[in-house]
Design a protein around this ligand. Structure first.
Ligand SMILES: C[S@@+](CC[C@H](N)C(=O)[O-])C[C@H]1O[C@@H](n2cnc3c(N)ncnc32)[C@H](O)[C@@H]1O
Length: 311
């Protein structure tokens, strides 16, 4: 397989020879497009034109601006980090993938990592569900419960996740916020123990990209949600901007035999996810009809979607 002018083996060599590449790419994407990082990447890939007019357009990125100096500092001091990250990726590729083990190991630091790099969109996404008194809401891949505080007390919330360690963190938050209307279950989104047509609304934030079978999870979601149920999704997706998508392929490590993708672009350990999921195509295969879609960040690698279960 070729990626641009590189085949996979030479790309691995390229990564070894250019240890700051991953952090530069990640920097560019995470920081909502840093012009210097873009130029540098463009130098790496001189056959690419990365100067196309990307314009910031989404208003939620103010936190990026807030954290930018800190992130820049981390990246400046951590070029060696990128190299060791790549070695870790290679080790992962030699290991058997295990999403539960991975998230169990990261559950305590998860909030810090995710809030630092993806601070946007949560509250807005929950708000767009327009939850009403008595409605039943399902959140799949609830994780450490970062969205729990946004759920109003007047609806019935069910959160599921495959990782007990993540749920343990979520339970602490339930106690902290005094939430009595939320039930958490250790359960896979691919095989839910709920009756058909149970939920009025559903939510998935940064969860599908971590699942080994996101399409299966979406199909299950359609089954357990009522007809016309509103479904809100905030996800890392394959960008419709060709150049960014190419960078995403490069970040998606090199090996298709694993379901999960481990990106070591984070300063503290890693969060496993597929940064190249074509969510809109997956949705087309289900009964979820998008009624509103919006790319967040001007690199368009995050998609916010409100849909309806048109089954
Ligand atoms: C990136 S975290 C997102 C957590 C949370 N939604 C948030 O907004 O921070 C992904 C979560 O999906 C969970 N997960 C992965 N595969 C799953 C599956 N098949 N069913 C349910 N949860 C799953 C992981 O254990 C992890 O907690």
């Amino acid at each position: 397989m070729k990626i641009g002018k590189y085949d996979i083996e030479s790309f691995v060599k390229f990564l070894r020879d250019n240890p700051s590449f991953i952090s530069d790419v990640f920097h560019m994407i995470s920081l909502d497009g840093d012009v210097d990082a873009l130029k540098k990447i463009s130098e790496y890939f001189n056959n690419l034109d990365l100067t196309s007019p990307f314009k910031p357009r989404f208003p939620l990125h103010k936190n990026y601006v807030k954290f930018k100096p800190q992130i820049e500092e981390i990246i400046r001091d951590k070029n060696e980090y990128a190299l060791s990250s790549l070695l870790k990726i290679r080790n992962y590729l030699n290991e058997k993938n295990d999403i539960v083990r991975h998230y169990s190991q990261r559950s305590k630091e998860y909030d810090k990592i995710v809030q630092f790099y993806w601070p946007y969109g949560r509250e807005e996404t929950v708000k767009r569900l327009e939850l009403k008194p008595g409605e039943k809401l399902l959140e799949i891949g609830v994780g450490t419960g970062l969205n729990l505080k946004y759920f109003p007390d007047y609806c019935e919330v069910t959160g599921i996740d495959v990782c007990e360690g993540m749920l343990a963190e979520a339970r602490k938050k339930l106690e902290k916020y005094g939430k009595k209307n939320v039930k958490l279950h250790l359960m896979s989104a691919n095989k839910m123990k709920f009756q058909d047509n149970t939920f009025d609304k559903a939510l998935s934030i940064w969860a599908l990209c971590s699942m080994s079978d996101p399409l299966g999870a979406l199909e299950e979601l359609c089954r357990v949600c009522k007809p016309q149920a509103k479904i809100a999704i905030l996800e890392v997706v394959r960008s419709p901007i060709e150049e960014v998508a190419l960078l995403q392929i490069l970040l998606r490590p090199i090996n298709r035999k694993f379901d999960h993708i481990y990106i070591e672009g984070f300063p503290v350990n890693s969060v496993p996810f597929d940064c190249y999921m074509d969510l809109l195509s997956l949705l087309e295969k289900t009964s979820i009809k998008p009624v509103h879609t919006e790319y967040l960040t001007y690199t368009k690698w995050v998609l916010f979607m409100i849909g309806q279960n048109a089954k």
